[in-house]
Design a protein. Sequence first.
Length: 239
Amino acid sequence: MRSYHTVAFVVRFAIVTASLMTMLCGSALWPDRASGAEEAESDPQHQRQWTFDSSSPGMLPGSYVVGTQFDGRPAGEWKILITDRAKSASQVLAQLQAKGTDQTHKVLLFDGTESSNIDVEVSYLAVAGKADFGGGLLWRAKDDRNYYLLRASLVEQKIRVYRVVNGVQQIVKQLDRPLPATGWHTLRIVQRGCEIKAVFDETVLFRACDTTYTSGRIGLWTKADAVTYFDDLTLRVLN
């Protein structure tokens, strides 16, 4: 009898142990289930950061590409600027053109950032604007008229993810949220495949899925008369 109970105990123990191992292996195989998975899967060799502090003030490096408006004019006045308001001293990338209609989208792309699965973030400071007050982060950009956009608008008190197709914005997802009018704030996007995670100031806002674009460059964005400073842009390419 003791032998029978001993064998039964060993069998039950083996089954429980096997189940636990399966769960642990599953966690390793599906890292998205764990918090912080994006950071764990990013390769330091595939990380780039722009602090804008080593660039010549008043100029733009050749790899920074300003878009064009539909009438052929440059999409904004983008410059490296020395300012005591920089998040990390002492320079920012600024969009300084303080005029434009509601349909004026000012886009700057970064050459050499073609990527698919990414974790990208930037800090922004809304400096001025009446028609719009804030900024945006774009990714998987084919060009200056086709891309994804994460936008924070202090005028509308909304945060939205758009797909922009031939210059026309289409809302993927949005959230009404009180947005502070002062100080630096951070926009962050994590995307693998179609899965998009939008983050504002380290708070996950929402998740969505969209398959319109599979890869492209990253960039920055403002609208209408918004004057905005950007700092500490980071791109992590995910495995």
